[in-house]
Design a protein around this ligand. Structure first.
Ligand code: AMP
Ligand code: GLY
Length: 420
């Protein structure tokens, strides 16, 4: 089977690494890819937002199966374009991707299927939104409706912060994503991420993880795409998982099918859990980054069989073989991230590190330059380890981090603290 992985982050490198180990994978193409993927696949430059170019690439490379990594191409309809061209594809349609690309749409679905989530109201006018926030009081949560690279959410602990946030959104801080706002009740509790595959009808839980969104130790500093993750997340006990499946996930999948827009791909649900009750914070329609790195490390080669079964509508007869293991991924970022940072600095020490089924460096914003590896993005490397306990994986991952020579980078030293 010839396989395409669309994207260039650590998530896509982890998918490529797992897929490549499966004997069913004859040829692996990554587009556009990065230095890590270039070592195990053929990388081809493509604009991930150009559906025609992606279809043409698949035809030219005889691709049998396309796996889409990120949300923007999905919201742009790449899965529809590929399926229209008869290419087996992992990832939801443009319409089903609204579960991530419109927070208001997700709220509508929760209402329709009675899924527990924060109470909310929607506004298109600044004055009405401000009046509502003033009446409700703080803490309160303000969200730009559309895709804003994880930055369109303001958790306001006082009223002024909420009013300022509304000014920013209606001033265009998030462009078109902020034409509408969703204002939500503040939920308190512990957060966890749950990844569930759906072929449109059947569901298959794929694992839990916990991310660390803030840039610095102690959950301080600005929000980022994620500075580290571990899997499984202990807060997702069997009882919480069952409740989440029965009260939130399956009803969502059923409602999407009922509307004639079935969801096919991985549904990444963010929950707030309090007193054993999960409530939905948000949906994403793709794997988390860096959560995916921990899931792929735990699944290995079977990831391809599972993603293929999902795309082919066979999840009712598919099982996952879980080892009783734990994985952790530490993100190395360029100094200054998530603000401005230098590009083109050299990373040394990678060759000396082991890469095997328990220790892997997944690349994100890197580029090969001859024998050198250069940092060209904000999040640059994901140092990932698997062990029989989280403590063991944690120790090995940080030992690898210590051997990497990159003075222009930084990382959090407390990934996994909640579970350890
Ligand atoms: P989202 O992009 O919707 O996941 O929001 C980003 C982050 O904001 C979440 O991971 C939560 O930490 C926080 N958040 C979002 N909605 C709420 C809410 N209703 N109550 C408390 N925290 C929230
Ligand atoms: N790590 C969070 C995300 O991928 O959305």
């Amino acid at each position: 089977m010839n396989i395409l992985i669309l994207g260039s982050g650590g998530r896509e490198h982890a998918l490529a690494w797992a897929v490549k180990q499966n004997p069913k994978c004859d040829r692996l193409v990554c587009a556009p890819g990065n230095a890590g993927m270039a070592a195990i696949a053929d990388c081809i430059a493509v604009d991930v937002m150009d559906n025609d170019a992606i279809v043409a690439l698949c035809k030219a490379q005889n691709i049998d199966f396309a796996i889409i990594g990120a949300e923007n191409p999905l919201a742009n309809g790449v899965a529809d374009a590929l399926r229209a061209a008869d290419i087996l594809t992992f990832g939801p349609s443009k319409k089903a991707s609204e579960l991530e690309s419109s927070k208001a749409f997700t709220k509508e679905i929760c209402d329709a299927c009675n899924a527990p989530t924060a109470a909310y109201a929607r506004f298109r006018e600044l004055d009405a939104a401000k009046a509502y926030v003033t009446e409700q009081g703080a803490p309160i949560v303000i969200k730009a409706d559309g895709l804003a690279a994880g930055k369109g959410v303001i958790v306001a602990m006082d009223l002024q912060q909420a009013l300022d946030g509304l000014d920013d959104i209606f001033d265009g801080a998030f462009g078109d994503a902020g034409t509408e706002v969703v204002i939500e009740e503040f939920m308190d509790g512990e957060e966890a991420s749950f990844f569930v595959l759906s072929d449109g009808k059947n569901i298959l839980p794929m694992g839990t993880a916990q991310d660390h969104k803030r840039a610095y130790d102690g959950d301080k500093g600005p929000n980022t795409g994620g500075m580290g993750a571990y899997s499984p997340a202990p807060v997702m006990t069997n009882a919480v998982t069952q409740k989440a499946l029965v009260e939130i996930i399956q009803p969502t999948i059923d409602e999407m099918a009922r509307r004639g827009t079935p969801f096919q791909g991985v549904l990444f649900a963010g929950f707030m859990i309090k007193n054993g009750q999960p409530r939905l914070v948000e949906y994403n329609v793709r794997f988390g980054d860096p959560e995916c790195q921990t899931l792929m490390m735990r699944l290995g080669a079977q990831a391809l069989d599972i993603l293929q079964a999902c795309a082919e509508g066979r999840l009712d007869s598919t099982r996952i073989n879980w080892a009783n293991d734990h994985a952790i991924s530490i993100v190395l970022s360029a100094d200054g991230y998530p603000g401005t940072y230098e590009k083109g600095t050299e990373i040394k020490g990678l060759d000396a590190l082991n890469s095997d089924s328990k220790n892997m460096i997944f690349h994100a914003g890197t580029k090969a330059d001859g024998d050198k590896v250069l940092a060209i993005g904000g999040r640059v490397l994901n140092v990932t380890a698997r062990g029989t306990t989280l403590a063991e994986a944690h120790e090995r991952a940080y030992a690898m981090v210590d051997q990497i020579d990159w003075p222009e980078g930084f990382h959090r030293k407390d990934i996994g603290w909640r579970a350890l």
